[in-house]
Design a protein around this ligand. Structure first.
Ligand code: AHM
Ligand code: MG
Length: 335
């Protein structure tokens, strides 16, 4: 029988990959794993207890009802704030950053960005959702409270990123810049167990993932590329939950697109909480991630924590193919 490797064990073993590591990142990743288990429990119970209602209403037992995205935000914040390794949080659910006071006089050096429950339109209909996180080193003086400008770092400066997919099984996938590994939650022992070692995205795949309903609102080059995907008989899959859609592509190959539309001239997805962490993972697995102007996502400047960004992400050969369409048709429209 193969010996089971738990997430905690794996993270500790990997600490030696970082010559001067002091265990702080290790501790932080483990705490995120704990938060993921708590969120997973509630996501699974959601069909049984009435926590899907409107935030602030009362359920039958008289408890105040919280929506799952608000609940997940609070769980993540609580776990991070109590970890002792995190000095600040930026969440898609909160307008401003959340500075974290030092615990027992220890000055933590990491900041965390997160989308605590992505794909919220799927929550009420029992379709997969996810948690996305990214970890950076703070830039400002460790003795002071963290500042918003600490979060204005390019994706290239990420120390680690990951996601949790609450699907048919629950998986945590993360990278610290040395490959990507995936862990599946075994509910019988309550542990994330190493199930997918050193994940490599296929160079090419058969899937394209885009909200085809916005087709007429996309720029010409994007419409031509989407036509090409259909002509090639690539299979269209769109869950409307970025984590789930990219997870499929990570394992089976393909391309995920969220281009600009008239409604969303800068795209809809958030650079800090969604695009950067997912791009770090996909690049680490051998894939590529650009915006629709063909700039590498991880090179994007950050000037607002809730900044939006267009995205094309996935298998490297498919990104190259998309690039050719954009170059060709942008040149046509520029004439
Ligand atoms: P959310 O953070 O409010 O849940 O929105 C992000 C989600 C992504 O998971 C998904 O890819 C996208 O929104 C779907 O948007 P649309 O319904 O416009 O296609
Ligand atoms: Mg989101």
């Amino acid at each position: 029988m193969n010996r089971i490797v738990t997430l905690d064990e794996f993270i500790i073993k990997r600490q030696k990959d970082f010559p001067y590591a002091s265990g702080e990142l290790t501790g932080l990743l483990r705490d995120i794993g704990v938060a993921a288990k708590i969120i997973n429990r509630e996501v699974n119970r959601a069909g049984l207890v009435n926590i899907l209602g409107v935030e602030g209403s009362e359920n039958q037992s008289g408890d105040i009802v919280q929506k799952l995205d608000i609940f997940s935000n609070e769980v993540m914040i609580e776990c991070l704030a109590n970890s002792g390794e995190c000095c600040g949080i930026a969440s898609e659910e909160d307008e401003s950053i959340i500075p974290v006071n030092s615990i027992a006089g220890k000055d933590a050096k990491y900041i965390v960005v997160m989308d605590p429950l992505d794909g919220s339109s799927n929550i009420d209909v029992n379709v997969s959702v996810g948690t996305i996180f990214g970890i950076y080193r703070r830039k400002s003086d460790k003795k002071q409270l963290v500042e918003t400008s600490d979060f204005y770092q390019k994706g290239d400066e990420l120390v680690a990123s990951g996601y949790v997919l609450y699907g048919t099984s629950t998986m945590l996938v993360y990278t610290t810049g040395k490959g990507v590994n995936g862990f599946t939650l075994d509910p019988s022992i309550g542990e994330f167990c190493l199930s997918h070692r050193d994940i490599q995205i296929p160079a090419k795949g058969n899937y394209y993932s885009v909200n085809q309903g916005y087709y007429s609102k996309f720029d010409l080059e994007m419409r031509r590329y989407i036509d090409h995907c259909a002509d090639m008989n690539y299979r269209l899959r769109y869950i409307g939950s970025m984590v789930s859609d990219i997870h499929r592509i990570l394992f089976q190959g393909g391309i995920f697109l969220y281009p600009n539309t008239r409604k969303y001239p800068l795209g809809k997805l958030r650079l800090l909480y969604e695009c950067n962490p997912m791009s770090f993972i996909v690049e680490q697995s051998g894939g590529k991630a650009f915006n629709t102007k063909l700039k590498r996502i991880l090179d994007e400047d950050v000037h607002d924590i809730h900044q939006k960004c267009t995205i094309a992400i996935g298998s490297p050969l498919m990104l190259d193919e998309m690039k050719q369409f954009v170059e060709k048709y942008q040149a046509t429209t520029a004439q």
